[in-house]
Structure formats: C-alpha cells, structure tokens
Design a protein around this ligand. Structure first.
Ligand code: PLP
Length: 404
C-alpha cells in the first residue's frame, strides 16, 4: 500500500493502463452521429450483421426453460464438450471438457491466460502491429510486453528470426494472432512452423488468438497452431469465441482450449472474479457451434467483396499504400506520405492528427495505427456496406488531397 495515497486515490497499476482506443473512437463516432453529424464509420470492430435467427431462438428457449441460474464456473458441460469436439476435428489430441473454459468473451479468456501464466518481471513477446488489448493485459499481470516489429513488405508478419532475436531468459510467452487485427495478416503453415520450432526450443508458452479464423480469404488455410508440431499442444493455449464468426459481440462468449492444469487455474481465477459466463448466452453458443454454419459462410462472402473494394479504392489514392489483408475485416493502409502536411487545423504531425482531421473535417471515423504499435498507418474496418465504403473512401481521398 502506498502511504502517500488517501481516500479514493487510484492504484498505480490501473493508472498505468490506457483505455481501449478503438472502443473510444467508436464511441466518439457514435456520439457525433447521434448529435446529427454525417459520419461514416470505419472504426467498428464487429460484424454489421445481426446474430443468426437460430441462435436467438436457442437463447429464447433457454430463457423459457428457466436456464437463469448459476452454472459451473467453467461453463456448461455440453458446451465444453462441443468445443472439445470441434478442436478434436481440427486435429488437437486427447481433448475433453477438462481442457475447455468458457468465458465472457475471448478478451476475458486472454485475460485469464495472462493472469495465470505471467509473473511480475516475465516478458511476453507481442508481434507488432498488435491488437490494443495485448500489451494492456500483459501489464495488468505486472509483466513486460516486448514488441517485435514487422513491415508492410513482409505482409506484417513476424519472422522466426526476429522472434528468436527478441528472446531473453525472462521470455515466458508469445501472443500470436492470425488472422490479425489490425492488419488482416494471415500466417502460412511454413511461417508458423518456423515460429513453433523456436517456441519448442525455448519452451515458450503460446497464446494463439484465432478469433477471426472463420474469416480467411483467397483460399489460405485455417491452421491450428497447437497441431503444427509434436509436443506443441502442451505449450499452446488456443483462444477463440463467437463474437466475429457468428456476429455475437454483445453476447460475450469466448473460450480457451488448454492443458487441464492451465484450464483449472483459469477456472480458479474466474471462480473468484466473474463466475460463469451468462447462462442464456451459453445455450445460444451451443446452437451457434452445432447449428447451420451457412450464415457465417454468407457473411464471409460479403466481407471478401468489401475487402477487395476497399483495397482497390485505397490503392487508387495518391500517397497511400495498402498491403492486401487476407483475413478478418480490416485494412491497414500506410498514410505516412501525408504526415507533416498542413490541414485546416494546422500541421498533421502524426497519425492521431490525421485521424482527427478525417473525422472532424471529412466525417470519416478511422483508428490511428499508433494505437496498434504502427504509427503512420490507419485501421479501416470494412464491416460496413459497400455504399459507405465507396462514399467514405471518396471523402478520405478528398480530405488527403486537401492537405498541403
Ligand atoms: C484480435 C482480437 N482478439 C480478441 C478479441 C475479443 O473478442 P471478444 O468480443 O470475444 O471478447 C478481439 C475483438 O475485437 C480481437 O480483435
């Protein structure tokens, strides 16, 4: 306890954490819109589709059946069985419900893993660009995030050589996200195998966040990190959920697949913090996993078309480059050629100023790349309709051309 703090003064740890910038920009765009401003938002981190009807029906049936009580902390058995079956089909070995913990969203699953595996002083390697939450969660475990950069030229993917070079005696964990938020990068089998070999050699735990795995384009394969090499499953925690694949962001349902000792530790943490994920949501999740997957396939077709449209329009803007995203629903163009120019509010010193200019003067909400460890880039979500993509990109082109 700090002797100098009195009353409701906040603790040091929480004060060292930034609130999620993506959520705040989405909220700002929403409030500008509500106040009557004409805003096109490319900041969304969620599908613009509604949850499929059969999933909603399952939730209604659960309510009517009185499934409104406490459930086991780790989730209802049938749902854990369904997750174990899914990952057995995907090539993981000897799975049962004991390997699965259901949580209130993949973010919560990731939080549980960082809390139970990391100690103060441990280092966790995070390839950049990264999802904003990873460094914050590592810091919340009082551990140290170590970033390994990548470039647009190599498709924003960390190489095994760069990974190896970042390892120290304190390295404990690697967080890998494929398809990636914000870049849309999807690792190939060979790239992952090279990274896997380094993990095995140094016995580094891997947090494999595959929340966008149903959204992979261009015929690239969906891969399970845990299956790539013998012994790798003992080092890997697979985190996934239904938010993106089944348009269920608000339902809050994520899960992890891990060796039982890790699952038990996360269960212990949840037992003293959140208890079970919402009971009704779990029955909806069961319907999502076991029911018709056509809505997911249909969503992917729309996303793929919008992806191509957005990339084409971005590449047509002078001073903008854009690596082809192969998964998720984001593009991550590089706009650094426009930094240092002057707009209506003064010099555009960095990507934050650029996104402010685009929001304030052009009515387009985007997320600055610096939030993801990539200053000079900007994240645009194409989880919106084609007309908005066309209109929004025309505004961006105009807004950039206006800079002198
Ligand atoms: C890479 C990544 N992982 C995890 C999550 C969390 O998903 P959930 O809504 O299930 O907590 C997100 C959400 O934006 C994400 O982008």
């Amino acid at each position: 306890m700090s002797a100098s703090k009195k009353g409701l003064a906040l603790g040091d740890l929480i004060q060292s954490i930034e609130p999620s910038p993506t959520l705040s920009i989405t909220a700002l765009a929403g409030s500008l819109k509500a106040a009557g401003h004409d805003i096109i938002s490319f900041s969304a981190g969620q599908p613009d589709f509604d949850t499929p009807d059969h999933i909603k029906e399952a939730a209604k049936a659960a309510l009517d059946a009185g499934k409104t009580k406490y459930e086991p902390v780790v989730g209802v058995k049938v749902l854990r069985d369904a997750v174990a079956k899914l990952y057995t089909e995907r090539g993981l070995k000897d799975l049962s419900a004991a390997n699965v913990v259901i949580s209130t969203g993949a973010k919560h699953s990731l939080y549980g893993c960082t809390q139970v595996l990391l100690d103060p002083g441990d280092e966790c390697i995070i390839p950049a660009p990264y999802w904003v939450t990873y460094p914050a969660q590592v810091l919340l475990a009082r551990a140290t995030p170590v970033f390994v950069g990548s470039t647009e030229d190599n498709g924003f993917k960390m190489t095994a050589a760069d990974f190896r070079a970042a390892i120290t005696p304190r390295t404990r964990m690697l967080i890998l996200n494929s398809p990636n938020n914000p870049t849309g990068a999807v690792y190939t089998r060979a790239e992952l195998e090279a990274i896997a070999d380094v993990c095995l050699e140094h016995q580094i735990a891997v947090l494999w966040d595959s929340i966008y795995d149903e959204l992979i384009y261009g015929g690239l394969e969906m891969l399970e990190f845990a299956t790539l090499r013998p012994g790798l499953q003992d080092l890997t925690i697979t985190v996934n959920g239904l938010s993106k694949s089944h348009a269920m962001t608000g339902w809050r349902l994520g899960y992890l697949v891990a060796p039982p000792a890790v699952a038990d530790a996360v269960s212990k943490l949840q037992s003293q913090s959140t208890s079970n994920a919402t009971s009704i949501t779990q029955w909806a999740a069961l319907a999502a996993l076991q029911g018709d997957q056509e809505p997911t396939r249909a969503m992917k077709v729309h996303f793929d078309r919008r992806r191509k449209l957005m990339v084409e329009l971005l590449r047509a803007i002078p001073g903008v480059t854009c690596a082809e995203p192969m998964g998720a629903f984001y593009t991550f163009p590089n706009l650094s050629a426009h930094l240092g120019k002057t707009g209506p509010d003064g010099v555009i010193a960095d990507d934050n100023a650029l996104c402010n200019h685009l929001l304030k003067n052009c009515g387009v909400a985007t997320v600055p790349g610096s939030a993801f460890g990539a200053p000079g880039n900007v994240r645009l979500s194409y989880a919106t309709d084609d007309d908005s993509i066309r209109a929004g990109l025309a505004r961006i082109a105009e807004g950039l051309a206006a800079l002198k």
